[in-house]
Design a protein around this ligand. Structure first.
Ligand code: BG6
Length: 475
C-alpha cells in the first residue's frame, strides 16, 4: 500500500514568522510583535509593548505580506498540493475586542487563499499559531481569563464564514500541549499569553488556561461545522514521544506518566472528555479548576475530525528518586538519548520516532492523521553561484518520509498529508533567528535584519519537487 492518490504534500509556516508588515492595513499588535531576538543559548524576551532600540524580528519577517505571490508561485513549482499557514488574529480583530472585523485584514487572506487556489493548492489553516492580540494579554492576562473563549470564538466564526468556499482544512491551536512545559520558560510568555508570577502555582494556572483553550477549540469547531459541514476540523499537537531511559519498570512507568501529562490535550480534543489520570492529578494536588457542566457538554460536541501534529524529535526520561508520584516536569526530568543524533540546536533527531508516533496516535484515537510540521533547522551556506547544497536537510526529510511511508504501508495508519515546517526560510519561533533555516527556499536575510530578501532555490527544492511528483516513491 502506498500513499493515497490525494495525499496532501505541501509545506507549513505561521503568519507571525513570515508575514512582516506588523503594523500595516490596520493590524493590531500581537504578542509575537513584542518578542525580541534571541539565539541558541538565549530565550527571546517579551517587552511591555514595542520599545525603541530593541530588535523585533517578526516585524518584518520575510515580507511575505507583500511577496506572497512570488512565494506561492515557487511552492506551485515544487508541486505543492496544500499550504499550511495561520491567520494573524490581530489582522482581523486588532485588539480582539472590536465588534466588527478589519476588512483589510480579511481581504489580505482572501487574496492569499485565492492565489493558492489558482495553483490548485489547498490552504490548511491554523487559527492561533502562538499568537493573540497583545491587548488581550495586557487586559486579561491571556488565557487566564474565561472571557478569552468568546473572543476567540468570535474570531474563528468570522474566519469560517468569510473563507467558507476557500478553506477546507482548519486547526484551532498550534501545539496546544507545549504549555505543559511551564517550568522551562523563565520570565517569558507561555503560548497562552501568560506571564507567570513568582508566587503562583504554575501548574494549576496552566491547567486552567488550557481548559479555556480546549473549550474555545470545541466551541469553534461546533460552530464551524454548522457554517461549513464539508470542512474538516483538527487539533494540532506537538508530538515528541517520551521514551523510558532504560527498561527499569520505574523508568517505563515514568515515561508513561509523562506521556499522559504531555498528551492529555489530544485526549480532550479527540474524545471530548478528560482522561481519568488528569482528573486524579487535579484531585491529589487540590487544584480547583473552573470547569462547568456546560463546558463538558461543549467538549463532547466539538471533537476533532483529524489530528494534526508536528514532529521534530523524541525525548527520553528517567525516574528521579525524589519524584514519588511520577510527576512529569519537562524542564528537569528529560535525559539525552545515546541512540539518536542531535541537531545544532540540541534537538534529538529520530526518524523512527515518527513511525512510533503515527502508530501511537492511531492506536489511541483511530482518527486520520496529518503531519503538519517536520524538519531540520540548520545553517546554510550560499555558494558564489547562488546554489545551496543542503544534503543534511534532504537526508533528514528522506529518513522521516521513509518512516512515514512504513507507518502507512506496514502499520495501516490513515495519513492525510505531510507539510514540512518552514518550506521557505522564516524567523525561528524559539530563538528569533534567521540562521536557523528549514526552507527549500533560501531567503537572503540575516539575524540582524539586513539582506535583500531575495529568494534562492536550495538543492532540497529540486529534491522535494521529485518526491511530490512521484507521490513519495522517489526519495
Ligand atoms: C514548532 C512551531 O514548535 O516548531 C513553529 O509550531 C516553530 O512555530 C517550529 O517555528 C520550529 O521551531 P524553531 O524554534 O526552530 O523555529
Amino acid at each position: 500500500m502506498s500513499l493515497r492518490e490525494d495525499f496532501l504534500w505541501g509545506g507549513a509556516v505561521a503568519a507571525h514568522q513570515l508575514e512582516g508588515a506588523y503594523d500595516v492595513d490596520g493590524k493590531g499588535l500581537s504578542i509575537m510583535d513584542v518578542a525580541t531576538a534571541g539565539d541558541a543559548q538565549h530565550h527571546r524576551l517579551f517587552t511591555d509593548g514595542v520599545l525603541k532600540g530593541e530588535i523585533y524580528p517578526n516585524h518584518t519577517g520575510i515580507d511575505f505580506y507583500h511577496r506572497y505571490k512570488e512565494d506561492i508561485r515557487l511552492f506551485a513549482e515544487m508541486g505543492f498540493k496544500c499550504f499550511r499557514t495561520s491567520i494573524a488574529w490581530t489582522r482581523i480583530y486588532p485588539t480582539g475586542e472590536e465588534n466588527e472585523p478589519n476588512e483589510s485584514g480579511l481581504q489580505f487572506y482572501d487574496n492569499l487563499f485565492d492565489t493558492c487556489l489558482e495553483y490548485g493548492i489547498e490552504p490548511v489553516i491554523t487559527l492561533s499559531h502562538f499568537e493573540m492580540p497583545f491587548a488581550l494579554v495586557k487586559k486579561y492576562g491571556g488565557w487566564r481569563d474565561r472571557k478569552l473563549i468568546d473572543l476567540f470564538v468570535k474570531f474563528a466564526v468570522t474566519c469560517f464564514k468569510r473563507y467558507r468556499y476557500k478553506v477546507k482544512y482548519w486547526m484551532t491551536f498550534n501545539e496546544i500541549n507545549n504549555q505543559a512545559n511551564y517550568n522551562n520558560i523563565g520570565s517569558v510568555y507561555s503560548n497562552s499569553g501568560i506571564l507567570y508570577n513568582s508566587d503562583e502555582c504554575r501548574e494549576q494556572t496552566m491547567y486552567q488556561a488550557s481548559h479555556y483553550e480546549l473549550v474555545a477549540s470545541a466551541l469553534a469547531i461546533d460552530q464551524g461545522r454548522k457554517i461549513d459541514p464539508d470542512a474538516r476540523f483538527g487539533c494540532m499537537i506537538a508530538m515528541c514521544p517520551i521514551y523510558p531511559a532504560t527498561c527499569s519498570p520505574e523508568d517505563v512507568l515514568m515515561a508513561h506518566k509523562a506521556m499522559q501529562k504531555r498528551y492529555y490535550y489530544a485526549d480532550v480534543h479527540a474524545w471530548g472528555e478528560y482522561p481519568a489520570n488528569i482528573l486524579a492529578l487535579w484531585k491529589r494536588k487540590q487544584y480547583e479548576i473552573d470547569v462547568t457542566k456546560e463546558d463538558l457538554d461543549v467538549l463532547k460536541r466539538g471533537v476533532v475530525d483529524y489530528i494534526g501534529f508536528s514532529y521534530y524529535m523524541s525525548f527520553a526520561i528517567a525516574k528521579k528518586e525524589r519524584n514519588i508520584n511520577y510527576d512529569y516536569d519537562e524542564a528537569h526530568d528529560l535525559v539525552s538519548n545515546p541512540f539518536v543524533a542531535m541537531s545544532d540546536w540540541g534537538w534529538q533527531v529520530d526518524s523512527i520516532g515518527l513511525r512510533y508516533s503515527l502508530n501511537w496516535f492511531t492506536d489511541r484515537y483511530r482518527l486520520p492523521l496529518f503531519i503538519v510540521e517536520n524538519g531540520l533547522g540548520a545553517y546554510d551556506q550560499v555558494e558564489e553561484d547562488g546554489s545551496i547544497h543542503d544534503s543534511y536537510r534532504i537526508n533528514y526529510l528522506r529518513d522521516h518520509i521513509q518512516q512515514m511511508k512504513l507507518a502507512v504501508s506496514e502499520d495501516g495508519v490513515d495519513l492525510m498529508g505531510y507539510t514540512p515546517w518552514g518550506c521557505i526560510d522564516l524567523v525561528s519561533f524559539s530563538t528569533g533567528e534567521m540562521d536557523k533555516r528549514y526552507g527549500f527556499i533560501y531567503v537572503d536575510k540575516k539575524n540582524d535584519g539586513t539582506g535583500t530578501l531575495q529568494r534562492l532555490k536550495k538543492d532540497s527544492f529540486y529534491w522535494y519537487k521529485k518526491v511530490i511528483e512521484s507521490n513519495g516513491e522517489i526519495l
